[in-house]
Write a protein that binds this ligand. Structure first.
Ligand code: LIP
Length: 259
């Protein structure tokens, strides 16, 4: 592994520590599926538990922290920030589906410098750092080489139940599905969707109204693996709800033109 910065080492330590609890809690969720009350409250508590472990580790740095459950914690060092999603794919987790991840990114002056997306069940750690490449566990990763848009494998997510753009998002999904012979997937974890684009498993990803913490670590993964990622919003990635497209570069234009 070629990444050894202090920020990366701290993120990785926090991630591994939190993943032990996450794996244990997932075992519990599977048992709760069959109970009368169901796993709802337990999952909410687990999300918070995992977040606390990560924050406790990362706050040693003095940087600011933006996390899904807690929001923004101002640090002493204002232009350095951790962006955390303790469980990305919460609904999968709740349903006992083994497809979710811990996502942590390190941001400096509004730019993501490094990131980790860890799927603890499959034991797959995707990580990248600016200028130092992207990796899955011990191997270097690259985006796919496909340029034939009609045969590309795409992934998306949403819309949220309360989205004002719900109809539009469904129509867009249908329009794009037709163009790629129905090869559009919905996995329920945005972080893993982007990590899979970075590792060549998917050729492209788009998502309307996604939160920054869901995709922050993915941004550097796609860039460092040779892909192309952009926000469709006028405020770029500073928007509260981001419209994102991330591809292997080769099919970018075709997908972009449909959005
Ligand atoms: C979820 C995403 C999912 C997306 C949802 C949501 P959470 O994140 O990863 O793919 O469609 O809008 O944001 O809530 O599980 O961290």
């Amino acid at each position: 592994m070629k990444i050894n910065s202090p920020q990366f080492n701290l993120m990785q330590k926090a991630c591994i520590k939190a993943s032990r609890v996450l794996i244990r809690d997932f075992g519990e969720v599977e048992k709760l599926q069959v109970s009368e009350k169901g796993p709802g409250d337990f999952v909410t508590a687990s999300d918070k538990r995992v977040e606390k472990i990560i924050i406790n580790e990362l706050e040693k740095s003095g940087y600011s922290i933006l996390s899904e459950e807690t929001g923004l914690i101002e640090g002493k060092t204002k232009d350095k920030k951790w962006v955390i999603d303790p469980i990305d794919g919460t609904f999968n987790f709740l349903n006992g589906l083994p497809h979710f991840a811990i996502s942590i990114a390190y941001e400096e002056k509004s730019e993501i410098i490094s990131g980790i997306i860890f799927d603890p069940i499959k034991n797959e750690m995707f990580f990248a750092e600016k200028g130092n490449g992207a990796y899955l566990n011990n191997s270097r990763i690259r985006v796919s080489n496909k340029s034939d848009f009609k045969n590309s494998c795409l992934v998306t997510g949403g819309p949220k139940v309360n989205s004002k753009k719900r109809e539009f998002i469904f129509e867009e999904y249908q329009k794009i599905s037709v163009e790629v012979n129905s090869h559009v997937r919905k996995s329920g974890s945005a972080a893993l969707d982007i990590a899979y684009v970075a590792s060549g498993r998917y050729d492209g990803y788009w998502h309307r109204e996604i939160n920054y913490w869901d995709i922050a670590a993915g941004l550097i993964l796609v860039k460092e693996s040779g892909g192309f990622v952009e926000s469709l919003n006028s405020n770029g990635f500073l928007e509260k709800k981001i419209d994102i497209i991330a591809t292997n570069s080769k099919i970018h234009k075709e997908l972009r033109n449909l959005l």
